[in-house]
Design a protein around this ligand. Structure first.
Ligand SMILES: Nc1ncnc2c1ncn2[C@@H]1O[C@H](COP(=O)(O)OP(=O)(O)OP(=O)(O)O)[C@@H](O)[C@H]1O
Length: 279
């Protein structure tokens, strides 16, 4: 049934201005799935993810996520939507001027948490979840890339999101570290969270099973993600897919964290000031 999908896209065009990146996307994701979004550089993986958290508006087609209709979502609803989503990018983007602990406290306070003890408990809980509780007083520069990315995953977990979006989460680490990060994401999925990983690295698919979608490289049209096995599907477009996956480490997708924080701050009536964040 349609209402059981966490994400339900029908005939969606993903665009940058007048440029159609993905055309007529049919995409349905059920709660609790582990999803791969594969495709070569510039094929639109990030752009598709960006529609999910309202960074790219949906102007063509019907797009639903949780209870939100993305084609009609109001600006003021976007921060609320984003609080249900944990976002992880390949470049770690921890605030360099504060410890791991304070990085996480910052996000909680920016998203409306007030009780000091609850904040502290939540920070420790997510750090434990990613195996980084020992590093809570370290600064980002004192951590390896893999450790920083663990903290970023912890940060994404802070508000107990229903959905994790990971855009090339292993793009800046070596293969062995990447494998551990992917194992962690898969573990988070097994604990019940829906996870979507955009990557060009097909190796992860072999190691950590998930349902696969491909993006095409057609610039203006021709792409449809392979749809899910939905007996009740009524759309008539047949899915298409691509096979070509090429390595790339150059994803440039990181504007959103700062935007997330800005959104969270501007949205929240209970927004703390930077001063009140400092203990
Ligand atoms: N802000 C933007 N304005 C205009 N075009 C953009 C913008 N961001 C991305 N694009 C274009 O949209 C297309 C898809 O980019 P996108 O980043 O979604 O691809 P991707 O599959 O995630 O690639 P990568 O693996 O490099 O991250 C590319 O051709 C890119 O040049």
């Amino acid at each position: 049934m349609e209402e059981n999908y966490l994400i339900n896209y029908q005939g969606v065009d993903v665009c940058h201005g007048d440029l159609v990146i993905l055309h007529n996307v049919q995409w349905k994701i059920a709660q609790g799935e582990f999803i791969y979004l594969l495709g070569k550089v510039g094929s639109g993986k990030s752009s598709l993810l960006k529609t999910l958290y309202g960074e790219i508006p949906v102007e063509e087609g019907e797009a639903h996520i949780f209870d939100y209709n993305l084609s009609r979502i109001k600006r003021r609803q976007i921060p609320l939507l984003r609080r249900k989503i944990g976002i992880i990018f390949q470049d770690f983007q921890l605030l360099a001027d504060r410890s791991v602990y304070d990085n996480l406290v910052f996000v909680l306070k920016a998203t409306g948490w007030k009780n000091k003890q609850e904040i502290s408990e939540q920070v420790l809980q997510v750090l434990q979840q990613v195996g980084m509780e020992h590093a809570k007083y370290k600064f980002p520069h004192q951590l390896s890339g893999g450790e920083q990315q663990r903290v970023v995953i912890a940060r994404a977990l802070l508000n107990s999101p229903e959905l994790i979006l990971a855009d090339e989460p292993t793009g800046n680490v070596d293969m062995e570290t990447g494998e551990k990060l992917m194992a962690l994401l898969h573990e988070i999925h097994r604990a019940g969270t829906t996870v979507i990983v955009a990557t060009h690295n097909v190796r992860w698919v072999e190691l950590f099973p998930g349902r696969i979608f491909h993006c095409t490289t057609q610039k203006l049209e021709g792409q449809k993600s392979t749809d899910i096995e939905d007996e009740s599907a009524t759309q008539t477009e047949e899915p298409s897919e691509i096979e070509e996956i090429v390595p790339d480490e150059t994803s440039n997708l990181h504007s959103a964290l700062s935007e997330l924080e800005e959104q969270a701050e501007s949205d929240s009536d209970t927004k703390p000031s930077e001063e009140s964040i400092s203990e």
